[in-house]
Ligand binder design. Structure first.
Ligand code: NAD
Length: 295
């Protein structure tokens, strides 16, 4: 069994590191927040006093941080402290350019690295059923798979450096726009006297069928798994959806892709966040659509 350094023990990193412990690995964790380290230590993570202490002499380092700036600052410390042969796995959701910069820094230090962002949310992190989208060389991907398996239902190699982040961003663009389409359809149906049940029963077996309808329906009492049945407690928070759409919009600006829907979706999620919706599941955006519908 391996020794793994784990930096960032928050909503995702906490349960992910616990699953590595359950698989028999020794996990040395570090987080700036004492509440996060306290919870991780209850799950068997050995709490380190610093990033450097967490990564010295380990076989692999997993980072699960808020964004690209945190990642690059953290890599400065990690790269100076790890032993040769340590594998670097970043599972944070960050800008593709930052992910590729992190790969470059690792390569300059002679280390293999992967970007391995996840889909599946906190429930997937707890259950060990995340989907990992991996960018990096074949060799780094094969090495990372063993470390990722205890946290994963699926580990998919998406291509070279940064392509895990590209995949995640594109998936969430589809998710954001499909959720907005489903939510608008329910609000329009409400206005015209159509019951939620009738729309759900038809669309769920027709061409409107999608995950945003049949797994995370934005209106309650249609499908058991929906966060709408739990007062829109996330799930996947609207603030994180706004973050991911921001990454998509800036990547589109740099690449020249025409992604009008991503821009519009980002504006709608920005509005919902300004209205105080950021901490709710992203499906709660239906409330914002209702609020902005005329009399
Ligand atoms: P979080 O804010 O709960 O956790 C991040 C942790 O990193 C915090 O505990 C923070 O104290 C710690 N941290 C920040 N800077 C640090 C540093 N320099 N050294 C050590 N610790 C540091 O966020 P989260 O929900 O766990 O998300 C983590 C990443 O996963 C984000 O990039 C997010 O976009 C992505 N993600 C989240 C979800 C989700 O549903 N929460 C789903 C998929 C992907």
């Amino acid at each position: 069994m391996a020794v793994i350094g784990f930096i960032g023990l928050g909503h995702m990193g906490g349960p992910m590191s616990a699953n590595l412990v359950k698989a028999g690995h020794t996990v040395r964790g570090f987080d700036l927040a004492s509440e996060a380290t306290r919870r991780a230590s209850e799950q068997g993570v050995t709490v380190a006093a610093s990033t450097v202490e967490a990564v010295e002499g380990v076989d692999a380092v997993v980072t699960m941080l808020p964004g690209g700036q945190h990642l690059l600052e953290c890599y400065d410390r990690i790269l100076a402290a790890v032993s040769p042969g340590t594998l670097l796995i970043d599972s944070s959701t960050v800008d593709v350019a930052d992910a590729r910069r992190a790969h470059e820094l690792a390569e300059e230090a002679g280390l293999d690295s992967v970007d391995a962002p996840v889909s599946g949310g906190t429930a997937g992190a707890e259950a060990g059923t995340l989907t990992f989208m991996v960018g990096g060389t074949e060799r780094a991907y094969l090495a990372a798979r063993d470390f990722l398996e205890p946290m994963a239902r699926k580990v998919i190699h998406c291509g070279g450096a940064g392509n895990g982040q590209v995949t995640k961003m594109c998936n969430n663009l589809m998710l954001a726009t499909s959720m907005l389409g489903v939510a608008e359809a329910f609000v329009l149906g409400e206005r015209l006297g159509l019951s939620h049940r009738a729309l759900y029963d038809v669309a769920s077996v027709s061409t409107g069928q999608c995950w945003s309808l049949t797994t995370n329906c934005p209106v309650p009492d249609m499908v058991e798994t929906s966060r709408a049945n739990h007062d829109y407690e996330p799930g996947f928070a609207a603030s994180l959806m706004l973050k991911d759409l921001g990454l998509a919009v800036s990547a589109a600006d740099r690449s020249g892709a025409d992604t009008e829907l991503a821009r519009l979706a980002a504006r709608i999620y920005e509005r919902f966040n300004e209205e105080g919706g950021g901490g709710y599941d992203f499906s709660a955006v239906i409330d914002s659509i209702r609020r902005h519908s005329g009399e």
